[in-house]
Design a protein around this ligand. Structure first.
Ligand code: G6P
Length: 609
């Protein structure tokens, strides 16, 4: 999970709070909607937490002013429960003796919360994390040993977690566990630490231990003990010395945030599948009943919407219009009324054009739904129902991981609606859902096998002044998004065309060596696409194809190619096929001495009309 940052400190003496606060500042890029710290003072838990950025909360509450050498801290990126003081971490049990910080998502928190409430536990927040301290408290009724109570708690948790637990019973100790979410331990001179990632720890120590999947660590100022959560088998810690600078460490060793975010996609598409089934169900019911449906967004999010319209039409017989937010009112304004449904898609949740379209639709009595990556953003406040993408902060200006996550969520909605309307067979539903589940490993494989090839292509074509991206059906959307990535990052004025339309005008541009990027999976229109490739080849164009592994028909026609794993259903191709184009844009930017993280003239979040 790339959201939220946690830190824990067990010092020999002195106060942990100032170190925790500074470490949280270094973790702020992982999330920044709320912050909190807990330490132990004279057998009492003391906590400061609030909604807002660390610097502001520190000014208001003086986060350094918490006594005690042992403590935990958290910077939050809301997933369950809006950003607010009560939802901020650390969370505690009923008696306020146990404090927990958590990064991840507890998928079965509703069931656990109900069970614990039946047993008399009182919850203060709406956050999934709060079940953890209550469950530890509950387990302590039967387990006398605190560590055992944490182990037994972990056994009940479904989802992902990196957790640090503080308890007044053992005031000099921290207990950490992890499943899928990252957690590293630091062995320092002043004491020992745990944190979501290395940048938080670098000024404190360079001696790092990576916690394994399903492992429990007990930390005190003198040392660290590691054991497997299930088998209890002990592991001798292997300490690694880190040579990264703080800056490189923030990017997890990648030279740019964009490359880091491209490589995070196996994880972020997985996050897009987690939880929220009830919202998918609810939204699809609302879409089912609507007279008209508009998918409204800007930039890359608009391309996700465009892909969504193909998905809704193909899988659920739903005629949804994709609307560029800044054109929405002029193009569709008078049509919007009580029976219209607007689904607004925005990574930041703050794009002014998208917000204006939402406000306009609300004024006309329409139902407005949202998909966004930022909980607490204006989109979450204006829309009746919204889905969080769970992609973690996206820092590179050009959107990458947010796009594939949006496409995953739109695909889930279209499949769900298709099931409701009985427009797709249960076999097909099974196959599509299976491909969505397999998507993390499909993307992993593309990144592993095709990154160098894409880099070589960027080198080979580094002097070309223009490109054209072509595809048929939903692959036209991939052509548009591939073109946008290249424009944003490397700036060659380029085109994107529906391949079938290319003979009506565009073909005049093609001459010897003109680079044409064909999105060419094995789909129902592949024969027509081959015809279009031949037309371009006959005019001397250089053919670069993004195609299925071993597809000889396409390979034989291509000057260069990138291969994507076989068997992706046509309607889901936008998700894997965009990856090489993101990489191509990234490496083309480097080849042309452009800064991929901060392209000229662009902004991450455009809050003007
Ligand atoms: C800007 C960014 C794009 C982004 C678009 C929409 O133009 O540079 O990367 O796709 O805004 O942003 P949103 O946050 O609404 O998805």
């Amino acid at each position: 999970m790339i959201m939220c940052g946690i830190i824990g400190c067990a010092l020999r003496d002195g106060n942990a709070a100032p170190l925790i606060r500074k470490a949280l500042e270094r973790l702020e890029y992982r999330g920044y909607d709320s912050v909190g710290e807990a330490t132990i003072d004279n057998s009492n838990l003391v906590i400061k937490k609030d909604q807002g950025k660390i610097a502001d909360i520190h000014k208001k509450l003086d986060l350094d002013d918490l006594p005690g050498p042992t403590g935990i801290g958290h910077t939050r990126w809301a997933t369950h429960g809006a950003p607010s003081q009560v939802n901020a971490h650390p969370h505690t049990d009923c008696k306020e003796k146990i404090a927990v910080v958590h990064n991840g998502i507890i998928e079965n928190f509703v069931e656990l919360r109900e069970e614990l409430e039946r047993k008399g536990h009182k919850f203060k927040s709406r956050c999934d994390t709060e079940v953890i301290p209550h469950l530890i408290e509950e387990n302590l009724n039967s387990d006398t040993d605190f560590i055992m109570a944490v182990r037994n708690t972990a056994r009940r948790l479904e989802g992902t977690y990196a957790i640090a637990v503080l308890s007044v019973e053992k005031p000099d100790r921290l207990i950490c566990i992890r499943k899928e979410s990252p957690l590293v331990l630091g062995i320092g001179e002043e004491g020992n630490f745990c944190a979501s990632d290395i940048p938080a720890l670098l000024p404190l120590t360079r001696n790092i231990i990576y916690l394994n999947e399903g492992e429990l660590a007990v930390l005190d100022p003198e040392g660290v003990e590691l054991s497997d959560l299930e088998s209890y088998t002990k592991r001798i810690p292997e300490i690694e010395e880190i040579s990264w600078t703080v800056e490189t460490a923030e990017r997890a060793g990648y030279p740019h945030f964009m490359l880091k975010e491209i490589n995070e996609q196996p994880e972020t598409v997985k996050n897009a599948l987690r939880t929220q089934e009830v919202y998918i169900d609810l939204m699809s019911t609302i879409l089912d009943k609507a007279d008209q449906v508009f998918l409204v967004a800007a930039g890359t999010a608009y391309h996700a919407c465009l892909a969504g319209t193909y998905m809704f039409s193909e899988l659920a017989n739903l005629n949804a219009q994709a609307a560029i937010a800044s054109e929405f009112k002029e193009r569709y304004g008078k049509l919007i009324g009580k029976n219209s449904v607007i689904l607004a898609v925005s990574q930041s949740g703050e794009t002014m054009d998208t917000l204006s379209a939402i406000r306009y639709a609300l004024d006309r009595g329409a139902t407005v739904l949202g998909i966004t990556n930022v909980m607490g953003s204006t989109v979450t406040r204006l829309t009746g129902i919204y889905i969080g993408q769970n992609s973690g902060p996206e820092i590179g200006v050009a959107s990458t991981k947010a796009y594939t996550a949006q496409a995953m969520i739109l695909a889930r909605l279209a499949i769900k609606l298709g099931e409701k309307r009985k427009t797709i067979s249960s076999d097909k539903v099974g196959k599509l859902n299976q491909t969505l589940k397999d998507m993390p490993s499909i993307l992993e494989r593309i990144l592993k096998t095709q990154t160098n090839r894409t880099k070589d292509l960027a080198t080979k074509y580094r002097d070309r002044e223009s490109f054209c991206f072509l595809g048929r059906g939903i692959d036209y959307v991939t052509a548009l998004e591939g073109r946008l990535k290249l424009l944003e990052l490397a700036y060659p004025p380029s085109l994107a065309y529906p391949a079938g339309e290319s003979k009506h005008g565009f073909i005049a541009v093609v001459e010897d060596g003109y680079p044409l990027i064909f999105i060419a999976p094995k789909t129902s229109t592949q024969n027509e696409l081959i015809g279009n490739i031949m037309e371009m080849k006959a005019r001397g164009g250089s053919i670069i194809s993004i195609t299925e592994e071993g597809d000889q028909k396409i390979l034989a026609l291509s000057d260069d190619f990138i291969e994507i794993p076989k068997g992706i259903p046509e309607i889901l191709t936008p998700i894997p096929y965009i990856l090489p184009l993101q990489l191509f844009a990234y490496y083309s930017a480097l080849e042309r001495n452009r800064d991929p993280d901060q392209p000229r003239n662009l902004a991450k979040s455009v809050t003007v009309k």
